[in-house]
Design a binder for this molecule. Structure first.
Ligand SMILES: CC(C)(COP(=O)(O)OP(=O)(O)OC[C@H]1O[C@@H](n2cnc3c(N)ncnc32)[C@H](O)[C@@H]1OP(=O)(O)O)[C@@H](O)C(=O)NCCC(=O)NCCS
Length: 170
């Protein structure tokens, strides 16, 4: 298990092929994918395909979506992390938590430390965050971690608010 970093309450680690049941439990909840441009997941085989085709290839250059576990009990609660999007030539900050973990500040804590990791350890110049215009919790996370509102627009066929933050150390 490759741990990426720890926060006061959380451990973020790379996913492996063995995590398909965790991805299925996350992405099979219609409330979790409500504002995302994807259907609910139905099978563990499809979850394995997502891990192999989408998540694992992102781990080049120490980027990627990382599994989040609470230190208190080591429960899996979702993922957070930094993904390179070649079609936009940007590093995207994303997060997705299971409903049981919402409203406890975990997304903000994971997102803040992912941003810091990207700037301090990976020396990224700029990080972008996007949220559906009606996804208030996600917008609040981006604003609470100090990202700057750039504007609204259509990305991946969705109306989104875009936020960016430049590396303060460069
Ligand atoms: C987005 C998401 C990760 C946020 O998780 P969370 O656990 O609620 O995040 P936090 O607890 O760190 O903070 C959320 C903030 O939104 C607020 N919030 C939550 N629901 C809200 C609502 N319906 N209306 C207004 N504010 C709301 C919370 O009060 C909190 O703000 P506060 O600290 O000022 O009180 C979670 O809702 C999620 O996983 N959603 C599904 C996947 C998703 O949409 N991912 C983002 C894609 S862009």
């Amino acid at each position: 298990m490759k741990i990426i970093f720890e926060t006061p309450k959380l451990i973020l680690r790379q996913f492996t092929e063995a995590d398909a049941p965790l991805i299925l439990s996350l992405n099979s909840d219609p409330e979790v994918v409500k504002y995302l441009h994807e259907p609910t997941l139905k099978t563990v085989e499809h979850a394995a395909q997502i891990i192999n085709d989408i998540i694992l290839p992102q781990y080049k250059n120490n980027l990627g979506r990382w599994a989040i576990h609470t230190k208190d009990g080591m429960n899996f609660i979702g993922w957070c992390g930094l993904k390179y999007r070649p079609e936009l030539d940007e590093i995207d900050l994303g997060y997705r938590l299971m409903q049981k973990a919402w409203g406890k500040g975990f997304a903000t804590e994971a997102a803040q430390h992912s941003l810091d990791y990207g700037f301090e350890k990976l020396n990224l110049k700029m990080i972008t965050g996007r949220a559906h215009i009606e996804n208030i919790p996600s917008i609040k996370v981006l604003e609470k971690i100090g990202m700057n509102f750039i504007g609204e627009g259509i990305v991946d066929d969705c109306p989104v608010r875009t936020y960016t933050k430049a590396n303060p150390n460069i």
